[in-house]
Design a protein around this ligand. Sequence first.
Ligand code: GLP
Length: 241
Amino acid sequence: MRIIAVDNYEEMSIKAAKIIASQIILKPDSILGLATGSTPVGMYKELINMYKNRELDFSNVKTFNLDEYYGLSEENDQSYHYFMRKNLFNYINVKEKNIHIPNGNVADIEAECENYEKVIKESGGIDIQVLGIGGNGHIGFNEPDINFEASTHLVNLTQDTIEANSRFFSSIEEVPTKAISMGIKTIMQSKKILLLANGEGKADAVYGMIKGKISPEVPASILQLHNDVTVIVDKEASSKL
Ligand code: GLP
């Protein structure tokens, strides 16, 4: 793992955007794996600025998001479809047909999960996957468990995650209890991984990911086995290393 220590959120966001930008410059038809949550929002702002300044062109880029809540429509302002439009897609020239996000609002979830895996494979695989990390060590929505779930699947969210994400909803009762998430194998098959973590609430998870034993109880710890992971951490998130 390559650890880049930075002072604050802004520095983390700028460095992360530069890494994604160089990926796109080197390979204009890159397949990007994208994440939601508050962590990557600053990086997305930087990427939008680079696009506006004509430093970046997303016209041949394809994107695959990590996850989506189960049971929310794409128009729901808490869905990750909505989040991605609001924080990135509405402001860059990525083509609609090249955007992929699991659909959490279909009758046949199993078919949706299988198809998501198939489309990722057919695209040639993810060149760089952006990840945040949950306070409990989750990546995507792969929650601490007794096993690693390999491929895209339906997840029961843990109480920790429901509580953490309730800050975006008007009440905790509105937070979906399930989600669709890429699996651990899906994530591990990405050619490169870029994980961002900031704030003291992530310090234990960051410690477990980098120094802890590899265990499905801290899903991010599996990243120790990937050979091209870059972690950008601010002072608070790296305080326990
Ligand atoms: C969410 C997402 C993850 C994200 C994590 C941390 O539930 N499913 O992809 O990395 O939790 O979120 P945040 O960046 O808001 O701390």
